[in-house]
Design a binder for this molecule. Structure first.
Ligand code: DQA
Length: 146
């Protein structure tokens, strides 16, 4: 099984960026955590981050016929991007939406998620453990589908 983990804008600044909301762990530490978990579970993983909406769309399109599951934290594009929703719908790969913070308890403009309509689950407010939970969810689902 191959999982693609996609991170949107400003997540490369984890650790530096509003640590009281997003924690003190930096982006490298997040990538190491994801890679270690993939090894433990015996799955392949690709990790991608971009600050640019079109690049994120391109990466989702590239995953067609290659990835068996996507974990996506679209960051600010969660709340604005029909393009990401359409890309996820187009490739039809089981996708889990992740947010480090609990967006449901934050500003009104964070209450809309466009990508959610293309996702099998949303995990929010569990810090970076949410990425691990999302990977496990996709792995268990894949096992059940076989
Ligand atoms: C975020 C929440 C978004 O509202 C915000 O724009 C982010 C990060 C999260 O992981 O909690 O950049 O997706």
């Amino acid at each position: 099984m191959n999982i693609l983990v996609i991170n949107g804008p400003n997540l490369n600044l984890l650790g530096l960026r509003e640590p009281e909301i997003y924690g003190k762990q930096d982006y490298r530490a997040l990538c190491d955590k994801i890679t270690a978990h993939a090894e433990k579970r015996g799955v392949g993983v690709d990790i991608y981050q971009s600050n640019h909406e079109g690049d994120l769309v391109d990466r989702i399109q590239d995953a067609y016929d290659k990835a068996d599951g996507i974990v996506i934290n679209p960051a600010a594009y969660t709340h604005t991007s029909v393009a990401l929703l359409d890309a996820l719908k187009a490739v039809g790969i089981p996708t889990v939406e992740v947010h480090i913070s609990d967006v449901s308890k934050r500003e009104d403009f964070r209450q809309i998620s466009f990508v959610r309509k293309a996702c099998i689950a949303t995990i929010m407010g569990h810090g970076t453990d949410g990425y691990i939970e999302a990977m496990d969810l996709l792995i268990e689902r894949e096992k059940q589908c076989k």
